[in-house]
Design a protein around this ligand. Sequence first.
Ligand SMILES: [Zn+2]
Length: 401
Amino acid sequence: MTKKLYENNSLLKSCQAVVTACTEKDGKYLVELDQTVFFPEGGGQLSDRGTLGGVKVEHVSEKDGHIYHECIAPLEVGAQVEAVLDWGVRLDRMQQHHGEHILAYCFWKLFEANNVGFHMHEDSVFIDLDKDLTEEELLQAEHMANEIIWDNSPVTVEYLDSTEAVKLKDKMRKFNEKLTGILRIVSVENADICTCCGTHPPFTGMVGSVKIVRREKHKGGCRVEFLCGKRALLDADMKNSTLLQVAQGLSTKPELVPEYLAKQKADLLSQIDDLKAKLLAVSEKEFVSACAEAPATAAGVKLLAFPMEGCDAKDIKAFLPKAAALENTISILVAVAPQRISYAVVLGTATEGDCRAIIKKVNEVYGGRGGGKSDCAQGGSDYCADWKEKLAAVTEQILKE
Ligand SMILES: [Zn+2]
């Protein structure tokens, strides 16, 4: 049985150890030691990395009481080696893991929101809560968590039998009644108490800071992504640098970027509205001349195919009454925006025909969807560069019938 030195001293960065077993598996070597500083993954915390006698350890796992150090080369059984942690990796894991303890405590203490899932990845860490908290509530919890970190409160580990541990139940964030035997209890002075097998810093200050970066709804509650310690600093560096570049590009101050962009957006929308109004005025003139030139079907009904470039479904709506007022005319209106094609088929006054049959043909040609009533049908499709040719093709098809 390997002695787990990390359980009682999470700051131990190396130790001397004797190799007790070495088994080859899938091109890697699973090495066991008499004692180790390497934490195997567990309790939501990722595995340590480092070296054994200078040989790289890529991953560590625990199974049936054995701790396996996954090495890239074999080690001789009986050899004495120095086990050295990649301390940067361990510190990062410990900051995220213990930050999660503190943040989850604050959610529970402030809002009775329970942590029902903790996920730590190489590049993201998040908690699933069984309550959907607001942005303001999350900020409140984040502030409380940082206060606990800055208090630099002692973090202690003690081992209690489950019959003793159950007495602490009311003070604990969560207690699993099914656990029996000796339990490992991790406590932050005057704050969080819970059972955990992971590594924790001796004082909360080592977590550095905690910053919530994203929130989304998740299974009736919410998923909260956060960063602790160095990760939070690197993220702030990246975002600050991005913001400075954006501000420089816009020739404004960083704090004025949102206001600047809102104004730019409003100006652009207003310009688009003006352009649209002009475009529709031109379209109306073209509509009148297109009506006059519309060819007739074999049944003697005029067929008006009217393209509306730069327009959308809303603009088509404005033309529906005009098309409906045309005598003995069926109109096919096609509006073309950069990413979308919208169309309508309209039966004019005193006109024989069925718009549903015609829109079926239009759907086929454009690969789109749409339908409606016998006097008016509407639909749309994805944008296609040959939309004009397609309109000509469907018109010709109808005229030939
Ligand atoms: Zn823990």
